[in-house]
Design a protein around this ligand. Structure first.
Ligand SMILES: *Cc1c(COP(=O)(O)O)cnc(C)c1O
Length: 457
């Protein structure tokens, strides 16, 4: 214990857990020195969108617990599926064995791509899925005699996870800078983030500028470049930076022209978050046939926020590049818990929800209510800019002149007193709620977010 950690007195059950946590748990994405000012909220139980502490305090989970929870906490259907799976098969290795939850999940995800992405490789966390996609891309080119293609391209302010390989294609300074000397070099090109629009410039025109920069790079180095990795439609960790869907279509065209794989990191934007099950479904122009990336990464919401699960979907062309008598030409990535049956079963329960209920339609309707409720309170508010929405993601930026120091932390703390779990990214305030909004939730969220804003500014 160090004297530099001021501690609140353990006068309550909440405070006792906070103290024990700060003493023993190294919290992620956290300056532990500030835990005195910002102690972790001790959560005892959760139900629907509500998190509850040990003394009955309630918080609306406005960020779906770091974007993973889709149908609320303690969801009856997912709970039932998991209890059944627990008494049937908790885990077995996926090398040399197989099991129904993994097979069914792979089949059903493939079907959702019209079988364009027909092969599923399993892991447990998003960063690993990204690394698997990078390795697959490089190794498949190598197996085809193109071993020089070993460089990767990513977008300005893109985020793909924080292990060493994933961090190499991540361009978020706060996560990256300290470890930069350890990282493989990647090409970073302009993002299509619509907030960069000059006066009179449209989102589509910003995307065109970004595409021109990408085209120039591919023109000169395609022989060395294995893949481009992007977050389709919304660069979430960049501060919910949104772009025009036409960007995806044109990126696909460029990647085809220069023989570069396109990796869609849908870890945050997949599973209905942007209004379609896969964000990439919005890439095709109206009435045009669907287009797909070469590799697609999913994690976060796929297991409903219950268990760690990630996966990479691949085209037949990439998969076939590994088929050979020689083991060394196979895809070599071993992970102990790959295809864990409990996690896969949770994911199947999530897919059941999408199959049996009009999830996306309902989100469009309830989402419109939240959009209207926020607009009624924030329209014309000179303290904020770039009010935006895509599917079940809402965001606005507080202008620099109003934000002041430690804006995100102050907003988060003020949110707690309003019964919200909300964590801005820099000056970006965002909502990424579970897919169960009713009228009461909509009113609560809109009211409390604006009350929080008013108390901080
Ligand atoms: C969260 C996230 C990751 C990393 O996933 P982890 O499970 O945290 O490793 C990668 N890419 C995107 C787009 C993400 O939002």
């Amino acid at each position: 214990m160090s004297a530099s950690h001021p501690r609140p007195p353990a006068s309550s059950v909440n405070a006792a857990w906070q103290q024990r946590s700060v003493a023993s748990v190294w919290h992620p994405c956290t300056q532990m020195q500030r835990m005195g000012e910002v102690p972790p909220i001790a959560i005892a139980r959760a139900h629907g969108p509500w998190l509850e502490d040990h003394e009955g305090g309630r918080y609306f989970d406005a960020t779906s617990s770091w974007w993973v929870n889709l149908f609320g906490h303690a969801d009856a259907r997912i709970n039932t599926a998991l209890k059944d799976q627990l008494d049937t098969l908790e885990h077995v290795m996926l090398a040399g064995c197989t099991h129904a939850p993994a097979v069914e999940l792979a089949e059903r995800l493939s079907a959702r791509t019209g079988h364009a992405l027909g092969h599923t490789f399993f892991a447990s966390d998003g960063a690993s899925a990204v690394e698997i996609a990078l390795k697959m891309s490089f190794h498949s080119w190598k197996n085809r005699g193109l071993g020089d293609k070993r460089e990767f391209v990513c977008l300005r302010h893109g985020y793909h996870g924080e292990t060493i390989g994933a961090l190499a294609v991540t361009d978020v300074a706060v996560f990256r800078d300290a470890y930069d000397p350890l990282l493989m070099r990647a090409h970073v090109v302009m993002a299509p983030d619509a907030r960069q629009a000059a006066a009179g410039e449209s989102a589509a025109e910003v995307a065109q500028r970004a595409l021109a920069e990408l085209a120039t790079l591919l023109e000169s180095r395609a022989g060395q470049i294995a893949a481009l990795i992007i977050e389709p439609l919304v660069q979430c960790a960049a501060g919910m930076a949104m772009h025009d869907a036409a960007y995806l279509r044109e990126v696909r065209t460029l990647c085809d022209r220069y023989q570069v794989h396109l990796i869609a990191d849908e870890i945050a934007v997949g599973c209905g978050r942007t209004g379609t099950f896969f964000a990439f479904e919005q890439a095709a122009a109206n009435n045009e046939p669907a287009i797909w990336p070469d590799l697609l990464c999913l994690s976060k919401g796929i297991s409903g926020g219950y268990l760690p699960l990630s996966l990479v979907l691949s085209t037949g062309a990439i998969y076939e590049a590994f088929l050979d008598d020689d083991t060394a030409r196979g895809f070599l990535h071993s992970h102990s818990y790959t295809g864990n049956p409990l996690a896969c079963r949770a994911a199947l329960a999530v897919l059941d929800r999408f199959d049996d209920e009009p999830v996306l339609q309902r989100n469009r309707e309830t989402g419109a209510l939240l959009t209207a409720a926020l607009a009624a309170r924030l329209d014309g508010d000179a303290r904020i800019e770039h009010v935006r929405q895509r599917g079940m993601i809402w965001a606005f930026d507080v202008r620099e002149a109003h934000a002041g120091v430690r804006f995100a932390e102050r907003f988060h703390l003020a949110g707690r007193t309003q019964g919200l779990l909300i964590r801005p990214i820099g000056r970006t305030v965002y909502l990424m709620p579970p897919y169960l909004l009713n009228d009461e939730h909509v009113a609560y969220l809109a009211e409390r977010v604006v009350a929080t804003l008013n108390s901080v500014l």
